[in-house]
Design a protein around this ligand. Structure first.
Ligand SMILES: [Zn+2]
Length: 354
């Protein structure tokens, strides 16, 4: 990283970011679809993934996003792509399991001791690092979400397998950090579902995955992509979504630096942010379950409400979740709205920032 100068975006108030995934170009994978198959093969696929990553960086920069991601252009899915690169996993004979206690999905099967024989995303991260001087964030699945997105025919214990994955994730995270990643994010949507496990071993396994990192660490806890199974589930959660109330006190006590949560058009009471006082808050100010592009004022409104519970220096405006299932046009509009909304609030804060 020698020669890389910290950019203004690294220092400015309310640096914007995204939860992670962004839509892929149609020539790379069929759009608006999860687990969308690749349209290219062999060398053309490898080259196509890099081209898509370049475009994604360019589009994020054009939209004024400060902390960039790879848009997950090189992975088919945020969890299974990582698992499929490990030994001890049979990813050809997939099984259908119920994930997040909510919907069935065809997933890889653990058939032996899991191990990471070679880095999974490190080359991709190095490539991303070479594309931009802005801070970069890399998302990995969290241990609990990994075990909830596979079939286990070997360990027979969610906890035991989660600890194995935590060690593997830690190896990968350390190499991502060495490749120049500034923020390592662990995606743990399962934390909004399996509260007993979160308490018994979930947060401890997450801390194990993040152990010894100098890069900042984040945990993303959301209500999922804007797919029907998730929107149906949300409809059953009542007028107030208080899931974070159970996990945030444990996260606050943890070593994790940043908490990424969902706030735009969600029924999460804003005052729950108080429970992670002192942590950086990556606040979802963009709804990923709707194709309607937010206005800058709508974004600013959510940010202002959050500022009652988080210091401006600790607020990172972001999206509720990944935008992979949206059209590119809608996603690009939402990124621009996020940026414009953050700008409004930055101007309002300027006098007090001196
Ligand atoms: Zn999410």
């Amino acid at each position: 990283m020698t020669g890389r100068q910290p950019s203004d975006s690294a220092r400015r108030l309310l640096p914007t970011s995204t939860a992670g995934s962004l839509p892929k170009p149609a020539w790379l994978a069929e759009p608006e679809k999860l687990w969308s198959p690749w349209q290219l093969h062999g060398d053309a696929l490898a080259e196509g993934k890099q081209d898509a990553l370049r475009i994604s960086v360019h589009e994020q920069e054009q939209a004024g996003i400060d902390i960039l991601s790879d848009g997950e252009q090189t992975r088919q899915h945020f969890v299974t792509t990582f698992i499929e690169h490990l030994s001890g996993v049979d990813f050809e004979n997939r099984e259908t399991v119920r994930i997040r206690d909510r919907y069935d999905a065809s997933v890889p099967t653990v058939v032996g001791s899991v191990g990471r024989e070679k880095p999974v995303f490190v080359d991709d991260a190095r490539f991303l690092r070479a594309q931009t001087d802005r801070p970069i964030k890399w998302a990995l699945p969290g241990p609990m979400t990994m075990i909830d997105t596979l079939a286990d025919r070997h360990y027979g214990s969610r906890e035991k397998l989660a600890w194995e994955f935590a060690g593997i994730l830690n190896e990968e995270a350390k190499e991502l950090e060495a490749a120049g990643v500034d923020i390592i994010q662990f995606d743990e949507p399962s934390f909004n579902v399996f509260f007993d496990d979160v308490q018994d071993w979930g947060v401890a396994a997450l801390e194990r995955a993040a152990e010894g990192l100098r890069a900042e660490t984040a945990v993303h806890i959301c209500y999922g992509y804007g797919i029907t199974a998730n929107t149906d589930w949300k409809a059953t959660l009542g007028a107030e979504w208080r899931q974070y109330e159970k996990t945030f006190p444990m996260i606050r006590e943890s070593s994790i630096d940043i908490v990424s949560l969902e706030c735009q058009h969600s029924h999460v009471p804003m005052d729950l942010i108080e429970l992670i006082r002192g942590k950086k808050v990556m606040l979802g100010a963009i709804d990923v379950a709707s194709t309607a592009v937010e206005s800058a004022d709508e974004v600013a409104d959510v940010l202002r409400k959050a500022l009652e519970f988080v210091e401006p220096e600790l607020l990172i405006p972001s999206t509720n979740c990944g935008m992979a299932p949206l059209s590119r046009e809608v996603a690009q509009g939402k990124l621009a709205a996020l940026s414009a909304g953050a700008d409004i609030v930055r101007r309002e804060l300027a006098p007090r920032a001196g």
